[in-house]
Ligand binder design. Sequence first.
Ligand SMILES: [Zn+2]
Length: 261
Amino acid sequence: MNVETLIFDGIVLKEVLYNDNDKILTVLTSQRGIISVSAKGVKSIKSKNSSAVQLFCYSEFEILKYKNRYVLKTANLKDGFYGIRENVEKYALACYFSEITCSFATSENDETDVLRLLLNSLFVLAKDDTKPLWLIKSAFELKLCCICGFAPQFDYCAPCGAKTMDSSPKNIYFTFNDSERICEDCFLKKEDGKSTDCVKLPLPAVIAVRYVIGCPINRLTSFTLSDESAPKFCEFCEKYLLYTAERSFESLKFYYSIQKV
Ligand SMILES: [Zn+2]
């Protein structure tokens, strides 16, 4: 039988247990995107691979490929992001990041930028307590859409073409049904009694959206927003992701259920 040995760096996005000691891992790799890896014996306390194949672990995987199946040979831990496990809200947010990454990233394609985005965000989540969770969450949601080819158009008003000025005192509207950014004047003209699913963004939130769209991944969380503008920015990022994905996510419901406790 033709067996190929491959070496990947990757993050464990999901684990499903089977038999007594085995797992099927969903791993995000840079070169092959999302792959499913059969990991035998890793639940056993005798397994030398067990610590490197836990959820959210960033590891180097040595994998054997038979036909279209990937089987784990060895795994060496690079970062376990253990800070995430010490806080239930952080843990819930990391589960959400994993689920939306599974939904947006592809298989058998290069997903280097998605891997970098997830690594960067897990790092900030686990190790940087100066960043609020809403900022890490929203920036991840919007940047994931952008990297996967679904960046919102935020440079000009769709109906009239007026450019977004970073100094304009007027609000900007974004309608999710049409995925359009609209200036205040056009929005008020357009409002003919029909209700549109839209969010009204004050100028600081617009600047934050444009920042996240254009910034390098390693500067993703290097911005701030006032308590007044932050909720609108968060609302936009979450809704934009949900509209783009065209589905809901159980892990997002879990994240909100924890916040109510
Ligand atoms: Zn306009």
